[in-house]
Design a protein. Sequence first.
Length: 193
Amino acid sequence: MSFSLVAGLGNPGRAYEGTRHNLGWVVLDAFARRHGLAWKQSAEFKAEVARWETGVGPLWLAKPQTFMNASGESVGALARYFKAGPESVIAVHDDLNLDLGLVKVSAGGSAGGHNGVDSLIRHLGPGFVRYRLGIGPKRPAEMDLADFVLAKFPSDQLVVVSEKIESFVQGLELLLTRGLETAMNQLNRREPK
């Protein structure tokens, strides 16, 4: 396994639970539950962290507690501590440019208007892998972007998310165990229902 750190992006605090911007946390929490991993608060890294023994060395999961727009402070510090280059870091995050229910795996590129990803680029470098979870399209179109991503999923969309969590977790496992190219080939070509 070439990955050493998986960071789910989100905002801490009850006010942000169930919001579109916290979908990365939801998926990482589901992944941790599936593997019986326990989260521990790390003041040093401003994150909740969990350790997964994979048989080929530990994999660290992290949920930065810095708020979305400063995620890179936490992830960058963790990556430096574990001597993990950007290419061995996966960021699990919401993506407005993908339809709800879709996943896309990519490496490098721009932040695409996502402040959390922008923070990671600044503190880590651009070469990390993105596990992008669709939350789009933005409706109504004229709604403020921040209001949209910080809003909770309406009940009909929550049903879609709940139905997709298992496949999101399986996709992340595929990326971790089979690598970037295989994950891109299998996950990126799926069409929405």
